[in-house]
Design a protein around this ligand. Structure first.
Ligand code: SF4
Ligand code: SF4
Ligand code: FES
Length: 260
């Protein structure tokens, strides 16, 4: 109590963040304790590993971080992306190494853009037993068995479209009993489709033409002479296309637009 009889003012105690619970995990057999909210990728770094391979975008896009793990009490081997999967207590974890998956060598310009090309360069597609392990392993929820079935049927377009979201993580191939390399078969289909089947994008050809004719050369030269601070200002002042802009949206300054 103070002299005046009023309660002394409490000094504002700084709120202390509650400490996060640690959970045990096993990395290639060795036990570590890591914060429960971390992804496998962050947990590996927390445990002291420096990720020089098997790590790229950290956002579920590049497919570099394929990981194999098992939960306690379960016989089942699970797979996932280390940057997207949160650790669980007592999880056993191993990063999948690079492995020498079959990869055909070809000249996309001269390959016939027909479904049979898939089977001729990757005859192992006909060994598929339809087990569906590839689909269950895919972190992108792709119907991998579905597009492999279409490859067997020689439907190039269906393989290209069905595999569009593939991030090339390799987890399907790592588990396939028929030793298919699904992602290499799929990317061949997408390359053939894009090079020979899909309609050409007129705006892309016009943009390439404008680049080749030097439309942007002067501006690029000026940018190269600009200081880092001024570059930052230019970057921050850029007009960004609104999220829900319709097809007709154009920036206010149209000087670098390529004519339609
Ligand atoms: S894992 Fe292999 S064998 Fe099984 S469905 Fe997929 S491609 Fe076929
Ligand atoms: S199809 Fe295979 S390589 Fe592609 S994202 Fe799915 S599991 Fe990964
Ligand atoms: S680091 Fe790119 S998908 Fe995980």
């Amino acid at each position: 109590m103070s002299k005046t009889g009023t309660k002394p003012k409490k000094t504002a105690a700084k709120a202390k963040a509650p400490e996060e619970a640690l959970v045990p995990i096993f990395v290639m057999g060795k036990r570590y304790e890591v914060p429960a909210s971390l992804t496998i990728q962050k947990a590996l770094e927390y445990a002291g590993y420096q990720l020089v391979r098997g790590c790229g975008c950290r956002g579920g896009i590049c497919g570099a971080c394929g990981t194999v793990f098992r939960y306690p009490g379960s016989y089942r081997i699970e797979v996932g992306l280390a940057c997207q999967t949160v650790v669980q207590p007592d999880m056993y974890i191993a990063q999948i190494p690079f492995f020498p998956a079959n990869k055909a060598v070809y000249d996309i310009e001269t390959l016939p853009a027909v479904g049979a090309t898939l089977g001729s360069l990757y005859p192992e597609i006909f060994k598929c037993v339809g087990c569906g392990t590839c689909t269950r392993s895919c972190p992108m929820d792709i119907d991998v068995l579905g597009y492999i079935s279409k490859a067997i049927q020689g439907d190039l377009t269906a393989v290209a479209e069905g595999s569009f979201d593939c991030v090339m993580c390799g987890l399907c191939a790592a588990r396939c009993p028929a030793e298919e390399v699904q992602y290499n078969i799929a990317i061949l289909a997408r390359r053939l489709y894009a090079r020979h089947v899909a309609p050409k994008a007129g705006h892309l050809a016009r943009a390439v033409d404008a680049v080749e004719k030097g439309k942007f050369d002067k501006a690029l030269e000026e940018l190269k002479k600009t200081s880092v601070d001024d570059l930052k200002k230019i970057y921050k002042a850029l007009e960004i296309e609104p999220d829900m802009a319709d097809e007709s949206w154009k920036p206010r300054d149209g000087v670098f637009l390529v004519g339609e």
